[in-house]
Design a protein around this ligand. Sequence first.
Ligand code: FE
Length: 342
Amino acid sequence: MRWIVTTVIAAAVGTGWALPAAAEIGEVNLYSYRQPFLIQPLLDEFTKRSGIKVNVVYAQKGMLERLKAEGPNSPADAVLTVDVGRLKDMVGADLLQPVKSDILEKNIPPQYRHPDGLWFGLTTRARVIFASSERTDAGEVTTYEDLTDAELKGRVCSRSGKHVYNISLVASLIAHEGEAAARDWLAALKSNLARKPQGNDRAQAKAIKEGLCDYAVANTYYMGKMATNEENPEQKDWAKAVRIIFPNQESRGTHVNISGAGVTRSSSNRAEAIQLIEFLSGDHAQKIYAEQNFEYPVKPGVAFHPMVASWGTFKADTIDLAKLAEYRAMASRLVDQTGFDQ
Ligand code: FE
């Protein structure tokens, strides 16, 4: 497990990654898969406004296992993570508790929060199609289904079908079109692949840049992260090599997922944890939170980052993400059955 402990809890560094077990009033302990550059400025501002100190443990993996292992003794009050799948796994392990908040219900559209308040979406991202700017014609592909056309043989790249983002996409196909249609889609997409599924979303843009394939499915914000990447400037060329297609605009809309938060069962600072999530759902935080990572604010009416706005508006699939998450296990089975990753 790789856990990064911030200076906020520098005192705990010597003991590994422990947070204070007995939390005091006016504190909230947060486990975060979201990176410091994204949320630390917002957490600092929350503390400035509310007087509530936020202790954060930043993680790249292992949060679910850790929360399970800690059980009712976990010091965590709240979790921040991406994809409804990860939130659903936490619900499945009974790690989150219901929250009722008028502010959260007002700020967050119902399809982006759990019906019993077990989790709340805080940003959204669209799973779109990256198409070669040079080698694709407008209108050739307008839907996820078009990616399975026989004419596209050898022209599509994909990351693993088992990745949490793709499982959610397949779950959305099952929810709308049924199990058989989703299985057929996976099998036909597999037969169009230029190479065995591999790499992350950015690696698909790289493959398009290198001429290995012309189409791939990827999350919107990676376009912004590549286009502005000063650390790895070659990624700017990957971004230039692709354009964004928002699929299924004439039908169910583009699949949208969330990053979100939930209050843990073990929380001993429940009120503070709710206050923090409410703050993150408000106009001020929404704008900064979404802009930092080229995501979309979950709260309607909040302005987008100019680059995100430049991609254009689109029709989002409005399916309830909690309902979609019910199909994740089936989606995972279909990926195995079709040998998508083989
Ligand atoms: Fe991502």
